[in-house]
Design a protein around this ligand. Structure first.
Ligand code: DSN
Length: 422
């Protein structure tokens, strides 16, 4: 044993790990303690339920099941088939889509499968630029998507909003085969209808990557891409609060191509234990209580944003309309990299992020992305988020004052103790 961790409540079922490997058991306990005692504002993270975790830690990890339900390359898949079909059915019901492939190991894998299902090497794609809030797998030059396809990228205007007229102009010029909407750092409502109109005008297929806002869509607090996007990809672990993984949903006419691109195209054996976790999370998201959760995320994000603005900080695009926002630190003269470390010092976890037209490099940045989904799961309400905003503002203002930072660490710990995790 390397040390002593006091809080093992949720990790009680680690008894076998403790027996076999006390190092790993210790580190899992240590990570639980970190999660318990810090304010988690990484916009893409959440705390999944014990039910999801149990499904993911089950005997299903033992089974190979390459192929699709009832069309497998291995025998003994009759139970696995039922679980995978349940996950597919629930995904289709929740997001009102015809077909779901629940096998992608991640959102990036889901997106890769879509590229390979719909496009040929060198085909033209229109998507959002990473430094303006897009995603690596939407066509960044350092990702397969930018290396093998001809990608044109749109950004946001000075108000942090997508300029749909500009997207249309770009689409008319580059004549993409695929248009991608959806982002990893965009705080406004996405107009899926407008995107579809643009796609139809240029004969493109529309893909919506809803990884960040899936839980908000499921909870009815963000418009759905259903009926507009022919293809919808998502992760399952962000606002949707499931296990780490991906899902692709699509209109029936694309189902065969998507399935083939996932397997045998880019993946081997699906992670059926994680698929069971996805099924459980999707069931949770279909409950009425999930609507309350999603609505509270948005209320909490707005309360945090208002608190930050009231404390004199700038936010890209001003008030958020979803679960996240980006602090624009340019006028403070401080960087995202340094201030994310200062926030960690006071017990707040967040990530540095570029702001539109950032003068700093992507490694340094002038921004910090903040999200409300994880702390909403812990039970935080608007008053708590305003207190979080105060701690952030004080920490940034007094980033060189160790004594104030110590006091702020105590304030954030007090909030964490008020809402125990699990
Ligand atoms: N890493 C995810 C995020 O933080 O938004 C995107 O893949």
């Amino acid at each position: 044993m390397i040390g002593t961790i006091t809080d093992k409540r949720i990790n009680m079922d680690l008894d076998k790990v403790r027996e076999i490997d006390s190092d790993v058991a210790y580190y899992i306990d240590e990570e639980l303690e970190r999660q318990q005692n810090t304010i988690e504002l990484i916009a893409s993270e959440n705390f999944t339920s014990p039910a999801v975790m149990q499904a993911c830690g089950s005997v299903l990890t033992n089974k190979y099941a390459e192929g699709k339900p009832h069309k497998r390359y291995y025998n003994g898949c009759e139970v696995i088939d039922k679980i995978e079909e349940l996950a597919q059915k629930r995904a289709c019901e929740l997001f009102r889509m015809d077909h779901a492939n629940v096998q992608p190991h991640s959102g990036a894998q889901a997106n890769m499968a879509v590229f390979f299902a719909l496009l040929k090497h060198g085909d033209s794609v229109l998507s959002m630029d990473l430094s303006n809030g897009g995603h690596l797998s939407h066509g960044s030059p350092v990702n397969f998507s930018g290396m093998y396809f001809n990608v044109t990228q749109y950004g946001v205007d000075e108000n942090g909003c997508i300029d749909y007229d500009n997207v249309r102009e770009m689409a008319l010029q580059c004549k993409p085969k695929l248009i991608i909407c959806g982002a990893s750092n965009y705080s406004k409502i996405i107009d899926f209808k407008r995107f579809r109109e643009i796609a139809d005008e240029v004969g493109a297929i529309l893909m919506a990557d809803i990884a960040h806002i899936a839980g908000l869509i499921a909870g009815g607090v963000h418009p759905s891409p259903a009926g507009y996007a022919q293809i919808v990809t998502t992760t399952t672990h962000k606002t949707l609060r499931g296990p780490r993984g991906g899902i692709i949903m699509c209109d029936e006419e694309y189902a065969a191509a998507i399935d083939k691109a996932v397997f045998p195209g880019i993946q081997g054996g699906p992670l059926e234990h994680i698929i069971a976790g996805k099924a459980v999370a999707l069931k949770e998201a279909l409950q009425p209580s999930f609507k309350e959760y999603a609505a509270q995320i948005v209320k909490n994000a707005k309360a945090m944003a208002q608190g930050l603005l009231d404390n004199g900080l700038d936010i890209v695009g001003g008030m958020t309309e979803n679960h996240l926002m980006t602090l624009d630190l340019r006028k403070t003269g401080k960087t995202g990299k340094d201030m994310a470390n200062v926030l960690e010092r006071v017990g707040i976890t967040a990530n540095k992020n570029t702001v539109p037209n950032d003068p700093q490099s992507p490694f340094v940045t002038s921004g910090i992305r903040l999200g409300a989904a994880a702390m909403t799961t812990r039970g935080f309400k608007e008053d708590d988020m305003r207190e979080v905003a105060r701690i952030i503002a004080e920490a940034i203002k007094n980033s060189d004052d160790e004594q104030i930072l110590d006091e702020l660490r105590q304030d954030s710990l007090k909030l964490c103790k008020k809402y125990p995790l699990y």
